[in-house]
Design a protein around this ligand. Structure first.
Ligand code: FES
Length: 153
């Protein structure tokens, strides 16, 4: 039996599963190691500076972008303020936290598990993913001097 015939006999959903085995947990916008695995340690000792003129930080020029660095999500909200949080989700430690400026005034979120963890910009949990008590997301301080953004604890 040829491959095409074989896929036809499996049906569309099975063919889809074979063709796209990595829809969840595999990310093309990876910033750091450990993204696809749980129990990643929450970053500690964070103290780094981003040059906002550098091309790799260009997404922070607009009031809705974010960048990933050293397991930290550094974002600029709609008010033009810089906010930073752990890229490691407090639910099960997957480094999949991202920033969604358009949701609820700007939230950090992780969609590894359904329905996904949601946090406000202070790291307070906005929902509960499973029966576990939701934990806060670690937040970092930011300080802008000229075009240099310091992210620290
Ligand atoms: S690890 Fe983020 S929702 Fe479970």
């Amino acid at each position: 039996m040829e491959r095409k015939q074989f896929l036809k006999t499996l049906g569309a959903s099975a063919a889809f599963a074979l063709a796209f085995p990595c829809l969840h947990g595999c990310s093309s916008d990876s910033g750091d190691d450990g993204e696809a695995e749980g129990n990643t340690p929450i970053p500690t000792g964070i103290d780094f500076t981003l040059d906002l003129d550098a091309p790799e930080n260009a997404k922070l020029a607009s009031n809705d972008g974010f960048v990933l660095k050293n397991l930290v999500v550094v974002a600029k909200n709609f008010e033009g303020e810089f906010v930073a949080a752990s890229q490691v989700c407090s639910h099960e430690g997957f480094a999949q936290v991202r920033f969604a400026p358009q949701l609820e005034g700007g939230i950090f979120y992780c969609d590894v598990h359904s329905p996904g963890s949601r946090f406000d910009q202070k790291g307070n949990p906005l929902n509960q993913v499973d029966s576990k008590e939701p934990k806060a997301l670690k937040i970092f301080k930011t300080e802008l001097t000229d075009n240099m953004l310091r992210v620290f604890e």
